[in-house]
Design a protein around this ligand. Structure first.
Ligand SMILES: [Zn+2]
Length: 293
């Protein structure tokens, strides 16, 4: 694998890596911009494979969870390498989708500080943020994207924003409506675990989610979160996965990488560990969905 875990990855480096993948493997890799952030950074969607829509893999929703975007780059790199070694017949018939960094402004703040925001009025407003940049979870307007989605559990609060108000939220919705993904996994970083239960959905839906989560648990070694942990304070709704479940009635799970005790900024040493834990997920989740279809 050509991917280097020891390099630093700014937003620009991530974009450069994606463009290099596209240049080297234009036969099977396509990239498009699905939205522009408040501070004018493009939000890329990467398509790997052919023909029928497969699942979407999403990362970088929460700014400070800086390991997963880079690990998804490594997963894409390996996937393409295996494809060219003729080990992935599924990609002759299905396309896998990746949004490795939905919140580029937040990622830049968390990894390079508040001064990485170019727009002066945004920067001025962010100065009021009392939180250390390395702990920053939000987008450049201080909104938690993972509380901003249209779904039954959305609750208006200071950090949720008005439902669907944010460019990052709109970018994901646009991609979902355009591509009809088979399912979705949103990678976050808290506790090596998997969230699968959706209060707003039917028993049948949740039984299917449980079966998928158990298979993903075997692959990753991550434990399943109990049902009461899904939205314990009734203020943790409005998520990407809630939106996807309720609007498309298709599987959507949250996979939390990284141990509970980890502190921010997350050590880049986690990249290799997380990669080993989740590297099989993109293809295996596709196979699970094909088998269940
Ligand atoms: Zn998160």
């Amino acid at each position: 694998m050509s991917f280097n875990f020891n390099l630093s990855y700014s937003y620009d480096d991530i974009i450069r890596s994606l463009l290099l993948l596209k240049k080297n493997y234009s036969h099977v890799v396509h990239i498009e911009t699905i939205g522009i952030s408040h501070d004018h950074r493009e939000i890329p969607l990467v398509k790997i494979g052919k023909d029928n829509p497969g699942p979407l893999y999403l990362a970088g929703v929460h700014a400070r969870e800086s390991i997963n975007p880079v690990v998804l780059l490594a997963c894409m790199d390996k996937l393409i390498e295996n494809y060219y070694a003729k080990q992935i017949p599924e990609l002759e018939n299905y396309t896998l989708y990746f949004i490795p960094l939905l919140n580029p402004d937040g990622y830049e703040i968390a990894t390079n500080g508040y001064d990485s925001i170019k727009d002066q009025s945004l920067k001025k407003a962010l100065k009021k943020c009392k939180v250390d940049a390395s702990e920053f979870k939000y987008n450049a307007k201080g909104i938690d994207i993972n509380r901003n989605f249209d779904c039954k559990s959305y609750v208006k609060s200071k950090t949720s924003g008005t439902k669907m108000s944010e460019p990052e939220t709109k970018a994901l919705v646009h991609a979902c409506e355009l591509y009809h993904f088979m399912g979705m996994i949103d990678f976050h970083s808290r506790g090596n675990s998997i969230y699968y239960y959706r209060e707003a959905m039917s028993d049948d839906y949740n039984q299917n989610q449980l079966e998928i989560a158990q298979m993903l648990s075997k692959i990753t070694g991550y434990h399943l979160n109990i049902i009461s942990d899904e939205n314990p304070d009734q203020k943790s709704g409005g998520n990407t996965v809630h939106y996807f479940s309720e609007h498309f009635n298709l599987p959507a799970l949250t996979i939390e990488t990284i141990e509970d005790e980890a502190t921010f900024p997350l050590s880049t040493d986690y990249r290799k560990t997380v990669y080993e834990q989740i590297k099989k997920i993109p293809l295996e989740f596709l196979k699970i969905l094909i088998a269940k279809d």
